[in-house]
Design a protein around this ligand. Structure first.
Ligand SMILES: [Zn+2]
Length: 89
């Protein structure tokens, strides 16, 4: 299985289309992610560090986090406020 096979929020193809760039309102994508998890998919939440801009992917599948700690700078991001996306395996 690849690193990811599908991502819930889609980036605008006219912008940088690298999928990790796109963050979407928390409730919008979390709701959809939960439905994928309910039918047996593995979902991994991703967010962008509000401090250093690094892209983080949560290691534990099927958990919806509202706060995320950056591996690089160690600061916390309010995901509910900043938005996020989900990778589906
Ligand atoms: Zn950071």
């Amino acid at each position: 299985m690849g690193a990811y096979s599908y991502i819930i929020g889609r980036t605008d193809s006219s912008k940088n289309s690298f999928p990790f760039e796109g963050n979407y309102p928390y409730w919008e994508v979390a709701d959809r992610a939960r439905r994928f998890a309910d039918v047996g998919c593995k979902i991994f939440q991703k967010f962008t560090c509000a401090d250093c801009g690094e892209h983080m992917v949560m290691e534990v599948p099927n958990v919806l986090y509202k706060t995320g700690q950056c591996d690089i700078c160690g600061n916390y991001t309010d995901i509910e406020d900043a938005g996020c996306n989900f990778i589906i395996e």
